[in-house]
Ligand binder design. Structure first.
Ligand code: SF4
Length: 92
């Protein structure tokens, strides 16, 4: 991953963490607030064990919080971040 893309990914993550989805267009992301597939270096296949279905931004069955368009669960892009493990239900 290039330094530019890494910096952009950290910046995007910060905006999302701050709950500032409406700020995304102001910082060069698409009008939808999402990056296009080319900018995100989207590919139709996984990268090792990294794929959309285990990314924190994936919205099943075929969308993404940060990348525009139809998203395959078996695809990958440079914004991939591991989905946090789900907490077991039952113990309080
Ligand atoms: S890897 Fe994550 S950020 Fe990239 S397109 Fe797939 S779900 Fe979206």
């Amino acid at each position: 991953m290039s330094t530019h893309n890494h910096t952009r990914r950290i910046f995007l993550h910060g905006l999302l963490a701050a709950g500032c989805v409406q700020c995304l267009p102001r910082f060069g992301f698409a009008e939808t607030g999402k990056m296009n597939k080319t900018q995100a270096k989207y590919q139709d296949k996984p990268k090792g064990d990294q794929q959309c279905s285990n990314c924190m931004y994936f919205i099943a069955p075929s969308a993404c919080l940060v990348v525009d368009g139809n998203i395959s669960p078996d695809a990958w892009c440079s914004l991939w971040i591991k989905k946090p493990a789900e907490e077991p239900i039952g113990k309080i």
